[in-house]
Design a protein around this ligand. Structure first.
Ligand SMILES: Nc1ncnc2c1ncn2[C@@H]1O[C@H](COP(=O)(O)OP(=O)(O)OP(=O)(O)O)[C@@H](O)[C@H]1O
Ligand SMILES: [Mg+2]
Length: 347
């Protein structure tokens, strides 16, 4: 190679008819190699083998503990017990799906957790408390064909909760539907006496017929969400495993704390659920680590992985547990149902 840095000689150039032995530069690997090849006759150094002693028969061999498998949250995965069958139903635990960020999986979790709990023999009531009405549409209802919705229940004193409840395609799971009318309630409720307790008051007569009530909140921390939290025993916070999803969680926690202090002392956070998790990306795993750092054992061991089957099942108007019963998504929500029942000491 010339001093000017020409690569002629390193690579064949156009017009080269082939290299002669004199033009071939010395093999770079030879000069860079930290371990020059020994020439014939050199003594090859032989490393001492690690001392290895066989245990004598008298010496007890300490058993190596079987490794506890780590779950997707990076913590050891506990065995989640099968829920026991119920012989009688009643006094429902009310749980809100709450996160003011949109599109994090609140509605998807409400439908599929509800359907999974129903598979385990629980009587479930889903409450669509979002004027978008996605929960009702996701269960196959037409928002324009609803005679009565939760709006009527909240605003008209002569309407009873049983007049508004409709069955769903899932056995053991009913629905309080909603549509855009509910957006007016947020404004009208402002003038009501005990406006934050309105949902709690209208739901009360239904509690004895169900084991669990799941409220699908809208993506805001306004008066409707405060009503949902006031009516609830627990909150589940679905969080997309994505960096921006972590923003705003402090505000959500403050809101939950305020509702507990001022309106509903029994309110507790049942768990934080990682949704749309993609274990192949470092990003998802990092977000999950951050969630566990911030929320500790409140984070459910179950995570919901990202799969297009959820969107498909929404179009079909049914839960994933029936639309794709054997899918990983369906299994994840069944596991979540077991974890929720275990955490809430379901009795
Ligand atoms: N695990 C998942 N994998 C892939 N897509 C998902 C998953 N969970 C939910 N989705 C899809 O993401 C979208 C938003 O989900 P969903 O409606 O449940 O969120 P949300 O929190 O209720 O939204 P909003 O705040 O608008 O009510 C939907 O199209 C849904 O099908
Ligand atoms: Mg929703």
């Amino acid at each position: 190679m010339s001093a000017g840095g020409s690569f002629r000689g390193s690579f064949p150039q156009s017009g080269d008819s082939g290299s002669t032995a004199g033009e071939i530069p010395p093999m770079v690997r030879t000069s860079l190699s930290p371990h020059p090849s020994p020439s014939l006759g050199d003594e090859l150094p032989v490393a001492d083998p690690l001392p290895f002693e066989r245990p004598t028969p008298e010496e007890p061999v300490t058993p190596v503990p079987a490794e506890v498998p780590l779950g997707p949250t990076g913590r050891p995965m506990p065995a989640i017990p099968e829920p026991r069958p119920l012989t009688e139903h009643g006094h429902a635990r009310v749980v809100s799906m709450c996160n003011q960020k949109g599109g994090v999986g609140k509605t998807t979790t409400t439908i599929n957790l509800g359907a999974s709990l129903a598979e385990y023999g629980r009587k479930v009531l889903l409450v669509d408390f979002d004027p978008q009405g996605s929960l009702s549409v996701g269960l196959g209802l037409n928002p324009h064909e609803m005679d009565l919705t939760i709006y009527n229940l909240l605003m008209q004193r002569d309407i009873d909760v049983d007049d508004v409840i409709v069955p769903t395609g899932v056995e053991g799971m009913d629905l309080l539907p909603s549509n855009i009318d509910l957006s007016a309630a947020e404004v009208q409720l402002v003038h009501e006496v005990a406006r934050e307790q309105t949902l709690q008051r209208v739901l009360a007569p239904a509690l004895e017929k169900y084991d669990i009530v799941l409220i699908d909140c809208q993506p805001s921390l306004g008066l409707l969400t405060v009503n949902a939290l006031t009516a609830s025993d627990g909150v589940i916070v679905p969080l997309e495993c994505e960096y921006f999803a972590l923003r705003g969680v402090a505000l959500l926690k403050t809101t939950i704390d305020k509702v507990r202090e001022r309106l509903n002392p029994k309110l507790e956070i049942d768990g934080v659920l990682g949704t749309m998790y993609d274990g192949r990306t470092l990003h998802s795993r990092e977000v999950m680590d951050r969630l566990v750092q911030a929320w500790g054992d409140k984070v459910f061991h179950t995570v919901i992985r990202r799969t297009v089957k959820f969107s498909d099942s929404t179009v079909a108007g049914e839960p994933i547990t029936s639309y794709a019963s054997n899918s990983t998504g369906a299994e994840a929500y069944r596991q979540l149902a077991r974890e929720v029942l275990d955490r809430c000491h379901d009795e």
